[in-house]
Write a protein that binds this ligand. Structure first.
Ligand code: ADP
Length: 537
């Protein structure tokens, strides 16, 4: 019998916080405030303030496992809460400020939130659900500089420098929680551990994935209330990158101004956001001096190939990744493997590969199942994507009866339909609920949407399943034309001639906009409802 002689060293965020000050004290954190001015401080300041916040929370009575909610934009104080709360033994619960106030209240109660840290500019929203939630302590961040009356003043609390007594932390202790955005059902809570966040940070930071380093300047545009801004704040702090936080200004021009001013070279967000950026760059290609080869990480929904091509023309590299609230979120990330490195980067095959969701991270395992059997990795056969790994949820918080989301042998059923090719690239073709089943064939709505989006007159398109008397369902394309452009159904149908006849939309409708969820995804359920009585001719 032999035992390992290695130390038991817990994987906790305390290490990330200490490291930030010890090794990267001079790294900068820049935040854009509501009045558009820039707030600047260093990791050293950040560390001192996070410790002061941890002390203040303890003084207010925070006990291990207590939930501390945040209702905040992306900025320095949110970052302080990201580390202070878990390091004080609390559980950071980021509330999605784009949800309906009733839903925010439901989620806060369901999570059992005791504390709330809220931006002063979000107090009008908070007032709409304050009565329905049950916070014992409210701390207000004076972002706009106005006097605070709705709760404790964040800055005054920090200035007290209450002593912080670090609690004993185990790596499996809860550190944060997030609710699914509810695109396909009621929001459900996932509780992350110190260990899962640390491992997720280490894996995503690797060169082939986010490839984050101390020399990068990173802007998470994805909100910090959307699955920990995909872990970027933790990963960036771990490597000591410069962080540039956009605050509440998320329009394309504001973001491009910020990218240029701070020379940002890595940013992340949902596809709709990058559409806006591409349009602004197309309109005024000479206006901004961006860092050449700037990387834009796209996630949350499938990345249209047209977006990758469109931004390539401006020297911006779009890189898709895939994830879910239940997977912390990153599980797949797209990079060019050595065996493909010599391919012509501008070929159609290369673009098709670059638009896939990506290759699994180390310790993140994938399989796709159809009719209870694993489908081959042939890049063609579709199946439901199942995943497992140390940063994948094994259950939901306080949600009895949700066990069917996990297979008998312990894999998480994602509800996404995918193909996996021989090189391990996963392509998401649909969500199960969005799949079109026509005459026994599965039709990928995402493939059709991306092909439609590549038409020069199309801004964006959603393809939905509509009941059909003969075929069960047929695809209907809901199309938004580009401003000033006009296009016909016939032209679009001809544009899709590479698809099999049965797989092309059976009809096209033109609308001014497609409804979106709180996290920027197309609300297909709403579209299906709107067109359920469609009369096929
Ligand atoms: P919700 O499930 O409520 O929308 P999430 O934010 O957890 O909340 O979304 C996860 C889902 O987003 C995935 O199941 C998938 O359908 C979609 N998604 C994320 N990244 C991608 C991607 N690269 N390609 C296609 N779909 C994606």
């Amino acid at each position: 019998m032999i035992e390992s002689t290695m130390m038991h060293f817990p994987l906790t965020l305390t290490h990330v916080l200490d490291r930030a000050a010890r090794l990267f004290g001079t790294s900068e954190i820049v935040s854009r405030l509501p009045d558009k001015s820039l707030h600047r401080h260093t990791y050293r300041d950040f560390h001192a303030r996070a410790i002061a916040l941890a002390g203040a929370l303890q003084r207010l009575g925070l006990k291990k496992g207590d939930r501390v909610a945040t209702l905040m934009w992306n900025h320095y104080a949110h970052l302080e809460a990201y580390l202070a709360v878990p390091c004080a033994g609390g559980v950071l619960h980021t509330l999605n400020l784009r949800l309906h106030p009733d839903d925010i209240a439901y989620i806060a109660r369901h999570a059992g939130d005791r504390f709330l840290i809220v931006d002063d500019v979000l107090l009008p929203l908070f007032e709409k659900f304050r009565e329905q939630a049950a916070f014992e302590h409210v701390i207000v961040v004076p972002l706009s500089g106005a006097a605070v009356s709705a709760g404790d003043d964040y800055e005054k609390l920090l200035a007290e420098r209450f002593p912080f007594v670090p609690p004993e932390l185990e790596e499996n202790d809860p550190a944060g929680m997030c609710y699914t955005s509810g695109t396909t059902g009621r929001p459900k809570g996932v509780v992350y551990s110190h260990r899962s966040i640390v491992l997720h940070s280490l894996a995503t930071a690797m060169a082939d994935y986010l490839g984050l380093s101390n020399r990068d300047t990173v802007t998470p545009v994805v909100p910090m209330f959307h699955v920990n801004a995909w872990g970027l704040p933790f990963t960036a702090l771990m490597v000591g990158a410069k962080l540039v936080m956009p605050g509440p200004h998320l329009d394309a021009v504001s973001l491009l101004d910020l990218y240029e001013a701070e020379q940002v070279n890595v940013t992340a967000g949902v596809p709709t956001l990058w559409h806006g950026i591409q349009q602004a760059l197309d309109r005024e290609p000479q206006r901004w001096r961006l860092v050449p080869g700037m990387r834009m990480i796209v996630g949350g929904a499938a990345c249209p190939e047209a977006l990758i091509r469109g931004l390539d023309r401006h020297g911006v590299r779009v890189i898709p990744g895939w994830g879910m609230t239940e997977t912390s979120p990153v599980g797949l990330f797209n990079f060019t493997k050595r065996e493909m490195a010599d391919d012509d980067d501008a070929s159609d095959a290369s673009y098709a590969r670059r638009a896939k969701a990506g290759v699994p991270l180390p310790f993140f395992e994938v399989r796709a199942l159809a009719d209870g059997r694993e489908v081959p990795w042939d890049g063609d056969t579709m199946g439901e994507l199942e995943v497992r790994g140390p940063w994948v949820a094994a259950s939901y918080h306080d949600e009895p009866g949700s066990g069917e989301q996990w297979s008998a042998d312990g894999w998480f059923r994602t509800g996404d339909i995918a193909t996996i090719d021989a090189a391990g690239y996963v392509k998401i073709t649909d969500r199960i609920k969005d799949l079109v089943k026509s005459g026994g064939e599965w039709i990928s709505s995402i493939d059709l949407e991306n092909a439609l989006a590549a038409h020069p007159a199309v801004q964006e398109a959603a393809v939905i399943a509509v009941p059909h008397p003969k075929w069960g369902e047929r695809p209907l394309a809901v199309v938004v034309a580009k401003e000033g452009a006009s296009v016909t159904s016939e032209a679009l149908h001809a544009h899709l001639s590479s698809f099999a006849a049965y797989a092309r939309p059976a009809a096209y409708v033109f609308v001014a906009e497609i409804p979106r969820t709180s996290t920027g995804k197309m609300m297909k359920a709403k579209l299906r409802e709107a067109y359920k009585d469609w009369r096929w001719t």
